[in-house]
Design a protein around this ligand. Structure first.
Ligand SMILES: [Zn+2]
Length: 116
């Protein structure tokens, strides 16, 4: 099951409240190499590809980005907090990476004669 844009907005609001962070603006748009990003002032941008993902992976991306409002990098503080709020985040991250790798293989295979 995937999420609609309004589901995504609701999920972001719920998670922002839970984590005690402030989201100023939400944008869902085409992003080439990332699932999402967040600025220090709370502008959250998500790839429109998030709408094609299973709910739990979309949720992982949202929590991942919102957690950056508390911890700017992926160091210990960020990891410990992820574990507290989303105990299976590592497993979700793995599935996301796997899905991405599969898509990249498909995209590469579709190029005629392997040309760019
Ligand atoms: Zn990150």
């Amino acid at each position: 099951m995937t999420l609609t844009a309004s589901d995504i907005h609701r999920l972001i609001e719920a998670w922002a409240a839970r984590l005690g962070v402030q989201v100023e603006r939400i944008q869902i748009r085409t992003m080439r190499h990332k699932w999402g990003s967040v600025s220090t002032v709370g502008n959250l941008t998500l790839s429109s590809d998030i709408l094609t993902l299973p709910c739990d992976l979309a949720e992982y991306i949202i929590v991942h980005e919102l957690m950056h409002l508390k911890f700017p990098n992926h160091h210990r503080g960020w990891q410990v907090s992820m574990g507290m709020y989303l105990s299976d985040w590592r497993e979700r991250e793995q599935r996301l990476k796997q899905l991405q790798a599969e898509e990249e293989t498909l995209a590469a295979g579709s190029k005629p004669d392997g040309q760019q």
